[in-house]
Ligand binder design. Structure first.
Ligand code: ATP
Length: 452
């Protein structure tokens, strides 16, 4: 099981309406993709599962949805203006431009070794705020959702009366002007992130970091269906850590392009809360942060046990929604070789992730009784609000099954002549292809139990 090449996924995604190249009719836009009718369902399901697990099923988490546009000072004090850079090199021969750490000494386009020295390239998209082209009226599209959480730390704390440890979870768009966006939705310029900032007492950070790594691996494997053997932990060496990080563990997944980062789990220490705080000196920060004359805030926590203000340490599990979607598609994909060179493509998606939960198919499309009952079943299932269902009568039954297998629909309901006599239908399981007869009134509870 699992997709072997990116082309298998790109082709399925385009053909069946999961993911399209952005602005395709104008020749596309590198690093931008549009999620189609099935893609938006899959992506929403992934985000909902993440929200459910991290916000609803825990007692120590609050949600947030902060603005994408932020005061530019945020990006100055977060360190991004200065350090959110990738090393860029140019090929003097073919004029290609690459990320220095992604190439092995020579130009991947033309093979020339005549390359410029690497120079830093800031990946934030600059944008003008307001109608006047004043040099000071600018900010950036956020390159990570995290800063929206840090600047709201006090607001959330004061409005919820949380005690340490607790976390704030957020899902949202982020933008990175990647030098070379590539590999389908793996590296894009407009991306979506699911981020948690988990605040702990200084000193409790290392244990919390370890715990989050375990929690997140388990989520990808048990809830999203990734194979444990395809997920690895990469402990980022000290010299490669981001400017805010004391320790980072990247969760790597076996994408069709190889083992690559799916999620980063960083110990951001007190760096961010500290650097957005005005009177840092009194707070005994451990991180080295630049003095902040512009902030009006003290992003600290009053510890009633010691009667002191402390700046919590932060553990940040940061996952990409697009990379998550790609990982889920990769691991769910299977091409089964059948007789006579026939191939059955199946997406073994966890039912909770499947874009369509139930397809209702009439055995005869010209029979009013069968069609009427099938449409009725579809309407009833859909009206429950729990399971996206479709009706399809545009091909013979074998072909209809294949269509649903290919997009990961876990169940097909087939209405036949017997259904008209005894009000039972056939339910076919995508993975085992086993069929059983179920009474129509029992369908809803039957699916409810199996779709969780
Ligand atoms: P990389 O080393 O691959 O550039 P990163 O270490 O810069 O990634 P983080 O800053 O840790 O990534 O971002 C957290 C998560 O956001 C990543 O694990 C990934 O899932 C996602 N992500 C980051 N950049 C992109 C991108 N350009 N396209 C898609 N997803 C991304």
């Amino acid at each position: 099981m699992a997709a072997q090449t990116m082309d298998q996924l790109v082709s399925l995604c385009k053909r069946r309406g999961f993911i399209f190249p952005g602005s395709e009719i104008y020749g596309g836009l590198q690093g931008a993709f549009d999620y189609g009718p099935l893609g938006v369902e899959l992506k929403n399901n992934l985000k909902q599962l993440w929200w459910r697990t991290n916000v609803y099923e825990r007692d120590d988490m609050e949600g947030l949805d902060a603005a994408i546009l932020m005061n530019k000072l945020t990006w100055r004090y977060s360190g991004h203006e200065e350090t959110f850079v990738d090393p860029m090199v140019d090929c003097r021969h073919c004029k290609g431009r690459f990320r220095a750490d992604h190439i092995k000494g020579k130009c991947p386009n033309c093979g020339s070794t005549d390359l410029t020295e690497p120079r830093p390239f800031n990946m934030m998209f600059k944008t003008q705020i307001g109608p006047l082209p004043d040099p000071e009226s600018y900010s950036y599209l956020r390159p990570e959702t995290a800063q929206g959480i840090f600047v709201n730390f006090k607001n959330v704390l004061d409005s919820t009366n949380r005690k340490l440890p607790f976390g704030i979870a957020q899902i949202g768009k982020a933008f990175r002007n990647e030098i070379t966006p590539r590999n389908f939705i793996f590296r894009v310029r407009e991306l979506e992130q699911m981020e948690i900032e988990y605040f702990v007492r200084p000193g409790d950070d290392e244990a919390a970091h370890k715990q989050w790594v375990e929690t997140r691996v388990n989520w990808w494997v048990n809830t999203c269906g990734l194979d444990r053997a395809d997920v690895e932990e990469y402990h980022v060496p000290a010299g490669e850590l981001a400017h805010y990080s004391k320790a980072t563990v990247d969760l790597m997944f076996r994408f069709p392009i190889g083992m690559e980062e799916l999620e980063g789990i960083a110990n951001r220490t007190d760096f961010d809360l500290g650097s957005h705080t005005a009177d840092q000196e009194k707070l005994k920060l451990t991180a080295k942060v630049a003095p902040n004359p512009d902030s009006i805030a003290r992003l600290s926590y009053f510890d009633h046990t010691t009667n002191q203000h402390i700046v919590p340490f932060v553990i940040e599990p940061s996952a990409g929604v697009d990379r998550g979607t790609l990982a889920v598609l990769t691991s769910a994909y299977e091409e089964q070789q059948l007789d006579k060179g026939d191939v059955r493509t199946v997406l073994h998606l966890k039912p909770a992730l499947a874009p369509i939960k139930v397809a209702v198919l009439p055995l005869k499309k010209n029979h009013d009784g069968i069609v009427g009952l099938a449409k009725n079943i579809k309407r009833t299932l859909q009206a429950s609000g729990e399971m996206r269902s479709v009706y399809d009568d545009t091909a013979a039954i074998g072909k209809l099954y294949r269509r649903q297998d290919e997009v990961g629909t876990p169940f097909c309901v087939t209405v036949d002549f017997q259904s008209l006599e005894d009000q039972t239908v056939t339910v076919r399981d995508r993975d085992t292809m086993a069929q059983e007869r179920i009474a129509v009134p029992d369908l809803q509870p039957y699916f409810r139990e199996r779709l969780r």
